[in-house]
Design a protein around this ligand. Sequence first.
Ligand code: HEM
Length: 429
Amino acid sequence: MQLNPFAGTYLTDPAATWRELLDDSVGVHYADDLGMWVITKHEYVRRAFGDAGSFSNALTLAPVYEPCPEAMSLILKIDAPPTTAAADAPVHTRTRQALRATFANTAGRVEEQYGAIVRRRVDELVAGLLAQRGELVDLVPAFAAELPLLVVLDILGVPERDVVRIKGWADGQIALIWGQPDPAEQVRLAEGLLEFWRYCLRLVARREREGHRGDDYISRALRHRGGDDRVLTEAEVASIAFNLLVAGHETTAGLLAHGLHQGLSQPARWQAMADDPSTVPAFVEETLRFGPAIDGWLRLTRRDVTLGTVTIPAGQRCLLLVGAANRDAVVFSDPDRFDPHRTEGKDHLSFGYGPHFCIGAALARLEARVAFTRLAAAIPRLRLAPGYASLYKPNVAFRAHRALPAIIDIGSTVLEPHPLVSPPIAHAA
Ligand code: HEM
């Protein structure tokens, strides 16, 4: 079969492709043009995520195409040791243990450690939107992409003056690894990625010199390391920071954009969240299922693996099509309907499954819940620009809206600070 994620309907309506692939019950196909096996059935995608003995993460963060030699030589200079989504056991077991100990990953710990940061950042951005009443605003840069970036920078203790650089590097990494840049662009993006890695090394070295007493994530990780390379090396701390800075915002940016799209394309849905915030968590969960921010993810077979009637040989790259798995009728009734009231919604695979299950799932859920609750309460009449049609960036993994133009309709009421919106704060560099 053929699957071109970089053109055609996949950029406007990927669900049409998912449906076609799911309709034939095999659930595993070889895509000649991608040179990868595409796995669609929920049962098989969950197995591939969970069965680390058969499916390796070694190439999960490696480009999906053969980079040009100049870009390759730059990529090879990025000597970040594998720690999270690129690591297999036993390194992954050790680094995952460090990650669990240092990064809040349950609803309670996330609320306690990051709740205030999330609320403050949401309030600042909502206040910024309120100040643009009556205007047409692109909600991707003004809200969806900005919030998770600011939150993750706060958590890592990265100076706000570096926001633009980090955003550029992180976007570049996603295009370089899972996109289809031409050779000149590959070189430019690879230069950026190398600079980004060196920035993370310097960040960690500075915290180390300063005595890592702070409350920021990097200081915590260095304290956990306690100078012992058997726990974590300093380069591994930098590598975790490198991963968190990308994984922590491009993903949640997608969740927020998909949620805004779903909520605003049917005004009654948005109004329901404004009227009754208790409906927001179920809305977030259905957004995760229906439009996963990562709708395809990679694995490498370690041995011959049989899924149903198909055997994938050892050493093959596989694309786990999370978007399709989340629409599998075996698990979800009427799967192509966005239904925030469904009971089986939590069975989605948007945060993966098994040993690499997303460490930031609780944080992403908190960000989305606070964001939709406060934005809907402050601007219940927010609406998409008339005639808006989705268009996504060409990418095999990250499903990102190119833009989300909306009108900040606050009606004729006099603009008073909304009770949910606190004044902007200065960021501690
Ligand atoms: C809607 C938001 C998010 C989505 C859809 C998402 C998705 C995923 C997925 C599918 C995986 C599994 C990777 C694998 O099996 O190879 C994963 C792992 C990971 N995620 Fe997320 N993620 C989100 C938010 C976050 C946030 C907010 C953070 C941190 C600030 C984060 C950090 C990570 C890390 C470090 C891993 C690797 C864990 C490991 O390999 O042990 N993610 N994420």
